[in-house]
Design a protein around this ligand. Sequence first.
Ligand code: GLU
Length: 427
Amino acid sequence: MNENPWERAKSQLKEVAGRLSLDELLISRLLSPNKVIEVSIPVKMDDGRMEVFKGFRVQHNNIRGPYKGGLRYHQNVDMDELKALALWMTMKNALIDVPFGGAKGGINVDPKKLSEKELERLTKEFTKKLASVIGPNLDIAAPDVNTNSKIMEWVVEEYARIKGHEQLAVVTGKPIGKGGSEGRTEATGLGGSYALQAILKKLNKQPEEMTVAVQGFGNVGIFIARYLQQAGFKIVALSDSKGGIYVPQGIKDIEAVEKCKRDSGFLAGCYCVGSVCDLSNREKLGGKAVSAVDVLELPVDIIVPAALENSITEENADKIKAKIILEMANGPTTLKADKILSEKGIVIVPDILANSGGVAVSYFEWYQNIHSEKWDKKKVFTKLKKMMKLAAEDVYKTSLEYKVSLRKAAYIVALRRIEAKAKISKN
Ligand code: GLU
């Protein structure tokens, strides 16, 4: 049975709030979203038929600033999932100390089944329905699962049409040249690598000694694999939803694997020797087939769930051999699994820290839009590194101070910041 992520998010919050003796009123404010919006989105399909999709936006909390968070397009999107993801955005934004609250939204749709034109009409109709509740100082969306810079550009276009003038800062994650920031596409992956390195430094561990298996090969999985390899880690396994590759001696050329997956549609056959990627190379490389599920159970030092929620559950937690988990997906670990893993002494770099690089650079993008600035990649990455390092060190220090897991420590740091802002606003 899949755990309900919203129940999990609330129980994580309650547990930590209890320890901090947070103001009761503040806790109850955080335990329910400020506003939930559900809309129906009629779309004309290419064959002339009309189809109606369901769209959502959850505005969890705005104590620290405008609502901020992504839009996901997925066939399993529902309100409870989005409520959890929105709460996690509130925590994430407070943890890295950007002046935003938390939100999340999406459409219940499998975008792979739609043509580009249908996707554009769907996005624009959704934007129309949300136009009165979003805006650069109100609620700022961004890419998430199955959404990208092109989709963000459509939101900007439709929002401009409705409001009569263009406001780039209504969303982040736009294409470069259309108001997007340098480095936003890579940001979640790069930020995760910075966070992991900051934590490993505290644990006196060197990247060079460590093997890594990554689950998920979308925008997050691809870049975390690339950047971890650049930092000296040995990537031994990669997987997408259909299967994966496992090369115990190390996957040398991740970009060749990426190209192979792009061309063939399947990652599972992408064993690359030079520029030739083919299943027939598997034996030559000493590789083994691995499924999207088994990839988390490989004998490696670090696993990186970078796909969807609930990939680590009570069913597989016991089979995990890695000593460190870097949660690049949002909510990959269920409550029961979290308990099993912490009893086993496994260090979990929690989602709200590990994947916060994405929204960190979203903040930089929003800031550049508002101030009409254009930063180069070096400036963006320098600022990102500083932000991730600070957040990771704060979390680590708090975990020692309170003798709690990094996840609980991350919540403590975030909740304290939200509490401080709530007090200022009251006075
Ligand atoms: N969807 C990303 C996340 O879950 C980014 C959100 C944003 O940039 O607003 O953190």
